[in-house]
Design a protein around this ligand. Structure first.
Ligand code: ZN
Length: 210
C-alpha cells in the first residue's frame, strides 16, 4: 500500500469509528507505520473529519516533519512501536464500554478483559490494566514500555484502551473487538458467566496467535 492509499484508508476508517460512536468529539488517536516513519492523527482533530493531507507525519525518531502537529498522546503510540516487534499501527480510543471496564474496581490487572469469546483471544489477547496518571503524563508511555512487548493491548485506568496490530485494519479490528467484549463484560456484570478454559485459550493461541 502506498502512503497516499494509507492516508485515505486512515481517513475512511477513522470516520467509520466516529460514525459508529467509538469516539466522540476530538477523543481518540490512530497511527500507522510508513516506510520512512509514521502517520498519526493531529492534535485536537476529530476522527470523523480528518483531511488526508493534514495528517501528521513523523520521522522514524518520532520528530514531526509534515502535516498538522501530532496528537499529544503520541508517546503512547511510540511506546508500542518501540517494544512490540510486529506493531504496524496503534489505535487509542475512549470508547464507552472499554472505558467503563477501565473504571471498575476489582478487575484483574494482568488480564483486564476476560476471555468470554474466542474472538477477543484471537484478535486482542490478554489486556493489561495500566494505573491511572493524568492525560499527557509521559509515565503512561513508560508503563507501556515496561511491559516489554508482551501485551498488544492495554486499558488505561479511567481513560480508555490502546491497541497495537501488525497493520491499520488489524489494529482497528482489535480495538473494535476489545470494545465489544467490554460491552459483554458490562452486560453480564451481575450474572455468572462461563469463561473459556485455559485449554480452550491455549488452543486458540496455538492456532491463531503464533
Ligand atoms: Zn486518551
Amino acid at each position: 500500500m502506498t502512503e497516499a492509499e494509507l492516508r485515505d484508508l486512515l481517513v475512511e476508517r477513522s470516520a467509520s469509528l466516529y460514525q459508529r460512536g467509538f469516539s466522540v468529539g476530538s477523543a481518540g488517536n490512530i497511527s500507522a507505520a510508513v516506510e520512512d516513519g509514521f502517520l498519526i492523527t493531529p492534535t485536537n482533530s476529530s476522527l470523523g473529519f480528518l483531511d488526508p493531507q493534514r495528517i501528521s507525519k513523523l520521522d522514524r525518531n518520532f520528530k514531526h516533519i509534515a502535516g498538522d502537529p501530532p496528537s499529544k498522546e503520541v508517546f503512547l503510540h511510540r511506546a508500542f512501536y518501540e517494544t512490540v516487534a510486529r506493531a504496524g499501527a496503534v489505535v487509542h480510543l475512549h470508547s464507552t464500554y472499554a472505558t467503563a471496564l477501565s473504571c471498575l474496581e476489582g478487575i484483574d490487572r494482568d488480564d483486564a478483559v476476560p476471555p468470554l469469546t474466542p474472538y477477543v483471544v484471537m484478535r486482542v489477547g490478554q489486556v493489561k490494566l495500566i494505573p491511572y496518571v493524568r492525560p499527557g503524563d509521559p509515565r503512561m508511555g513508560d508503563m507501556i514500555r515496561a511491559l516489554g512487548g508482551k501485551y498488544t493491548a492495554v486499558l488505561l485506568a479511567n481513560h480508555g484502551p490502546v491497541v497495537a496490530g501488525p497493520d491499520l485494519l488489524s489494529a482497528i479490528y482489535a480495538a473494535e473487538e476489545l470494545e465489544e467484549t467490554a460491552k459483554l463484560v458490562v452486560t453480564l456484570a451481575d450474572r455468572h458467566s462461563r469463561l473459556l478454559t485455559r485449554e480452550q485459550i491455549d488452543e486458540l493461541v496455538a492456532v491463531f496467535r503464533k
